[in-house]
Every structure is written in C-alpha cells, then in structure tokens.
Design a protein around this ligand. Sequence first.
Ligand code: SAM
Ligand code: SF4
Length: 342
Amino acid sequence: MTTPIISPVAAPELVDPFGRGIEYLRVSVTDRCDFRCVYCMSEHMSFLPKQDLLTLEELDRLCSAFVRRGVKKLRITGGEPLVRRDIMTLFRSLSRHLDSGALEELTLTTNGSQLQRFARELAECGVKRINVSLDTLDAEKFRAITRWGALDKVLAGIDAAQEAGLAVKINAVALKDFNEDEFLPMIRWAHGRGMDITFIEVMPLGEVDGHRADQYLPLSQMRAGLMDQLTLEESSHRTGGPARYFTAKETGGRIGFITPLTHNFCESCNRVRLTCTGTLFMCLGQEDAADLRKPLRQSESDDALMQAIEAAISRKPKGHDFVIDRKTNIPAVGRHMSMTGG
Ligand code: SAM
Ligand code: SF4
C-alpha cells in the first residue's frame, strides 16, 4: 500500500456554504453485513458486486486526501466494517496519520460480532474508542431485531474490546414496543461496565419491511420517562458527533441522545460520508452526492480529486427533512443506512 506521510500543517480546512467546517469523515467500507437489523435492512438485500468496491488502497488514498484538507476524525463504518476482507490493512495504513498528528482520531462503529478477533489489533492501530451497536440485552430479542445475530458473541466482543483498552460506547436505537422496557437496565449495565450509552431515533432511510411509524419512538418522550427514574444533569461532553449528553447522578455515567427527528442538529453538522464505491454524500438525509471514484482513478495526482472534494463541500445542504408519521411511509432517501454508513 502506498503510504504518503501528511504534514500536520494541513491545508485550509473545508468549509461549507453555511460556514460549517468539515472535520469529520465517515467511511462505509462495505455495504455488506453479517446481521440484518430490521430497522436498517430488509430481509432480502441485494449488495454491490465486489468488483464495484474501491480497493483498500483507494480508500486509503481518499481518506488521506481528506486528512490533507483538514479532516481530523475518521470513522470506519459500513455495513459491518469488520467483515470486509483484510480491513486491518486499512486501519494499519491510516494509523500513520495519527502518528504524524494530522489526524486526531481513528475510530469505528461496529455491531461487535467480530470484535473478539480484531479488538487487540484495532488498539495497536491507535484506535482508542469504538461504538458498538446493541439494542437489547435479551438474547431472543437480539436475534429477532438483528435477524441473524448472536448476543453472546457481541458481549464477548465487548469484553475483548475493553480488555484491549478500547473505550466502548454503546449505541442503541430506541424502538417502539421493542426495547422501551430495557432503557433503564441497559443504562445500568453500560454504566456498571464504565461505558457511555447513546440512544438514537430511528430514521426513515431505505425501504424496510413494515411501517417506520411502528418503529419510531421520539426520544423527547423517552427522556421524560427516564427522568422519573434517574436524575439527569446536562453535560458539556461532546465527541464531535450529534449526541447531546446527560450524566445520571445515580450511576455517574453518561447517556447520549441523538435526535434527528425531534431535535434537528444540522446547524452544527461537521461531517460528510463516503461510500465503499467512492460516492460522497454531503448529508445523510439528502440524495445529492459527488462521485470521487472518477477523479481518483483519472490520474495519480490528487489535483482532480481535491477539486471534486471542494466542489462537493460547496454543495453541502443545510440539513435533512426527516418525517415519520402514519401518512408517510416513503423513506427520506432510497438508500439504506448501511450504504451511507452510520
Ligand atoms: N454495522 C455497524 C453497526 O451496526 O454498528 C455499522 C453500520 S450501522 C448502519 C451504524 C449505526 O446505524 C448502528 O448503530 C445502527 O443501529 C444505526 N442505524 C441503522 N439504520 C438506522 C436507521 N434507519 N435509523 C437510525 N439508526 C440506524
Ligand atoms: Fe448490519 Fe449495522 Fe445495519 Fe445492523 S445496523 S444490519 S449490524 S449495518
């Protein structure tokens, strides 16, 4: 793999038309997954042919171009990033930007199924904290929501991650009539293990089986319910993402809320998302995208690529327009979260 070193003295940062500096890139390295979570995918998904995927070298080159333009945080996601063959090669090569100081954070969002195998290597690559998605602690419900997943494997993965010294944050999608009764036990479990936990509102991305309104639980309602049982104090903690954090006095741990529906946070959006085919989405909830594969493959120089990145950022929209109600069962965008990367 080619490994140009990037000086920490970065070129001017990317700024969108609304004055938001873009310092955070999420990269979906595969659209495939070993789970089929009901809110994320339909049961029968068709995936991209493998030859359409950028190589790991190409993904490295793209990420490095963003780092040169001032991106400070890279999150590798998917689909399930840890099912992509040889994915550790990408982590290893990207870690040079941590060593040089150009990159502040290299991180990962995972369903945890492969963590037992990869946790130590991730830590060796300079990954310090990871997000593990987990919506329930009940093995049967876990199987039902993921269709294919095994809870014990994910829990063993979390153990391995903590043993390897990785800070783990749990991400749970709040799902109506599914995990409402588990919020408090999950908070106590996460905090008991020294992990933050963040709840996410379900978003209308891609066709899934069933009606989104049957899944959607507004977090404003959920937080009000929690406040009867916990003393929540607003925290100034930020991770560069959209979560707003509260500290629970009883446990001392943090609870995050990501509320794309009830409280739109687009005004502070600092991120863009790259798919495994080199398409850049400037907003999770809009269709507009820029093809970076063509300029990437056009020449060995990064000039055309840099121009394409700048042109894309200059079109970053103000925000998303998510709606979930009984009348609307049309996704805000046709693509699933697994394609754009969560
Ligand atoms: N497979 C990895 C995982 O599950 O962590 C990474 C990709 S997954 C698409 C990233 C995150 O998106 C997960 O936390 C998942 O729960 C969340 N997610 C998927 N579809 C969603 C939707 N429609 N609305 C809200 N969150 C969603
Ligand atoms: Fe896979 Fe993550 Fe989507 Fe679940 S949420 S199906 S684990 S990509």
